[in-house]
Design a protein around this ligand. Structure first.
Ligand SMILES: Nc1ncnc2c1ncn2[C@@H]1O[C@H](COP(=O)(O)OP(=O)(O)O)[C@@H](O)[C@H]1O
Ligand SMILES: [Mg+2]
Length: 267
């Protein structure tokens, strides 16, 4: 049995309004868990709770968040800062908004490195691992000149800079066109396989989750209504809300059927 990396059971309130009600989640070492629900169901609230950033947003979290040997809710803020961005990486939703447009990429990398380490490493292997140009000229660029896909690759490079065990990707592919989205999903898959990084992949889009994740948890009205392997959830959804999410996935027309309709089959 694979060891559990993250195991949480939490309830969260914003100004006395409860948004998460005894939510349980578990991510095993090296696993990709999808967390799915429509907008407003509380997905980002879970991410913020794990990262120890909920209080900044006026939220209050009760319960426990066990990560390795620690209960993150009991960690000293200093210890939490040491963990965040180092052992637990975050890939945010809007890559261009997350980067300072007026600071060169190289300087932003260096700053992220110096948050936890001294000196300056050779950036080449890191950039190559996320399929970015490993050249000085690239690092001299400003984020404002990057495409959204390149910016997201760069943010993923920053998130895996310190070789984390867990990556939290909160709607990390939602702002991307489908081709770029497929490339970024491929990158997550590679990072998971080659470096064993576990990923909590948060999305409102069940289709991208199906292509990337091992298991999926469905969040609805502040509760996990279903959690199972991707195959099981798709083939045998238990909760009406899960069925709605599956029905909402756009279907490709079946080639055979449309060929029949257009008369090709009659020849
Ligand atoms: N800082 C906040 N203060 C008050 N309510 C909030 C705050 N952030 C989120 N909420 C509310 O909590 C619920 C869950 O939000 P969120 O976790 O952002 O959902 P999701 O990421 O699934 O879209 C929503 O009803 C939202 O309006
Ligand atoms: Mg969100």
């Amino acid at each position: 049995m694979t060891r559990s990396l993250l195991q949480l059971r939490i309830s969260v309130e914003y100004a006395r309004k409860r948004v998460l009600n005894d939510v349980s989640l578990e991510v095993a070492e090296g696993e990709i868990l999808g967390l799915v629900g429509r907008s407003g169901e509380g997905k980002s609230t879970i991410a913020l709770s794990i990262l120890g950033l909920l209080a900044l947003k006026g939220g209050r979290c009760e319960g426990e968040i066990l990560y390795r040997d620690w209960d993150l809710l009991k960690l000293h803020p200093r210890e939490m800062r040491r963990l965040r961005g180092k052992d637990i990486g975050l890939v945010p939703q809007s890559p261009l908004a997350a980067l300072n447009p007026n600071v060169r990429l190289g300087s932003q990398l260096k700053e992220a490195w110096r948050a936890h380490e001294r000196g300056e490493p050779d950036w080449k292997p890191l950039l190559e691992s996320v399929s970015l140009p490993a050249e000085e000229s690239f690092l001299r660029q400003y984020p404002r000149n990057l495409s959204v896909g390149l910016a997201q690759r760069f943010l993923i490079a920053m998130a895996v800079l310190h070789n984390p065990s867990l990556l939290i990707a909160d709607e990390a592919t939602s702002a991307l066109d489908t081709i770029t989205q497929a490339e970024i999903l491929g990158l997550f898959r590679r990072l998971n396989q080659s470096r064993g990084i576990a990923i909590l992949y948060i999305s409102h889009d069940l289709a991208s989750v199906a292509s990337l994740c091992h298991r999926v948890a469905i969040l609805h009205q502040g509760e996990i209504v279903e959690c199972n392997s991707v195959d099981e959830v798709f083939l045998n959804p238990q909760h009406p809300y899960t069925k709605q999410l599956i029905d909402a996935i756009p279907q490709l027309p079946t080639v055979g059927a449309s060929a029949m309709e257009s008369g090709l089959a009659r020849r």
